[in-house]
Design a protein around this ligand. Structure first.
Ligand code: 2NL
Length: 367
């Protein structure tokens, strides 16, 4: 341990020794040297306390010199007393400097010993936490899309009717509204503020906040007034993608879906699109992938078809672009969306989604 230097201390000690020699007390000067070594040799505050007592305590070796003063003439006595006092002060100063260093060192050692290592790795899954399988899936999805050049965007969970429905070409009275099983807040106008039942309002917020080009994915939780079953949860996670630029075609959509599918599932899983209908896209399609359970051979999970439906997609409807102040004569785009929990279910062959709600360690520790 390096001592913190005390300015002038060495000179002080030398001056005290010189004073001792000047009054013919070489033993006192030698004691000053002994003190320098003894103080440096003390390795704890406790040991230093003994050194201090032995040198300058009431019955210490430095005050002992005072008992020799009686034999001296009065003027010599005064000078010798001053020299003894100087040595005592020099020793006290050394001791205090050393005490400061030792105390800091001991405090540091105590803190290190007390430290709780939050990164400590335990091989026991009951003792060591990790991200849920759904969060792991979301992270992997984000990584794949970021690798393809998309940005990741998030938005509010509590939404307005306009961002959630109106701007998405779903006006009041549209039959698609009832399909979302939306949960409304009892705030303001009836059915004006809601818990978002899909992530599409985030895309609306992106389109209304900055001009194209836009290449973004929006992952996050969505909420529906639904009863859980093997394939549905009332609170689940979606990821949607949105591309808006000049000259975007349905071919770009199909290519993006296929690239993503191979990047996420591996080269032996492919994608196909089947015609569908959504209010916010035209044309629209359902997005299917090779069944990852049977690799296309046909099984119970894919109802012997070899294909599994994952989500929807399509070219962004001109009404949606117009609602967001984007000119459909200049710009075109595509969007796609699917459930993250559902993807995790397919990917890991989880028979019943409700197990995701149980937080049973026998399940969660498998991932
Ligand atoms: C599904 C269907 C889809 C979209 C989501 C979208 C968003 C905007 C404009 C146009 Cl802002 N479209 N999103 C489009 C088609 C399908 O998802 O089955 N999701 C689980």
């Amino acid at each position: 341990m390096a001592d913190t230097p005390v300015p002038g201390l060495d000179a002080f000690v030398e001056a005290a020794k010189a004073a001792a020699n000047a009054v013919a007390l070489p033993e006192l000067a030698a004691l000053a040297d002994t003190a320098v070594e003894a103080v440096a040799a003390a390795v704890s505050v406790e040991a230093l306390r003994s050194v201090q007592a032995e040198l300058v305590g009431k019955k210490g070796r430095v005050p002992a010199f005072n008992r020799t003063l009686g034999q001296l003439a009065p003027d010599e006595r005064k000078l010798a007393g001053a020299a003894i006092n100087l040595v005592r002060q020099a020793v006290e100063t050394m001791v205090e400097a050393r005490r400061t260093d030792l105390a800091a060192h001991e405090r540091q050692a105590r803190l290190s010993a007390d430290r709780l290592d939050l990164t400590e790795v335990s091989p026991d899954p009951w003792a060591r936490g990790h991200l849920t399988v759904v969060t792991q899936t979301r992270d992997r999805l984000e990584n794949v899309f970021v690798g393809m050049g998309f940005e990741v965007a998030e938005g509010p969970l509590v939404e307005t009717d306009w961002h959630n429905f109106e701007a998405l070409n779903i006006p009041v009275g549209h039959p698609a509204r009832s399909g979302f099983d939306t949960l409304y807040f009892d705030v303001g106008e009836p059915e004006s503020i809601l818990l978002r039942p899909h992530t599409s309002p985030v895309q609306v917020r992106l389109m209304t906040s900055r001009p194209p080009p836009i290449f973004a994915v929006m992952p996050g939780p969505v909420y529906r007034k639904d009863t859980p079953d093997a394939r549905h949860l009332p609170t689940f996670n979606q990821i949607e993608g949105l591309v808006i630029d000049q000259g975007i075609t349905f071919g770009d959509l199909a290519g993006t879906i296929e690239s993503f599918t191979r990047a996420f599932f591996g080269p032996d899983i492919t994608s196909r699109l089947r015609p569908a209908s959504f209010p916010f896209t035209e044309p629209s399609a359902e997005y299917e992938i090779t069944c990852p359970i049977c690799r296309g051979a046909g099984c119970r999970t894919c109802s012997q078809t070899g294909w599994i439906e994952l989500g929807g997609c399509g070219m962004v409807h001109p009404n949606v672009l117009r609602a967001c102040d984007i000119d459909p004569e200049t710009y075109a785009g595509f969007a796609f969306g699917f459930g993250i929990d559902r993807l995790a279910q397919v990917f890991h062959a989880i028979p019943d989604m409700r197990i995701l709600l149980d937080n049973d360690l026998r399940f969660t520790s498998q991932f």
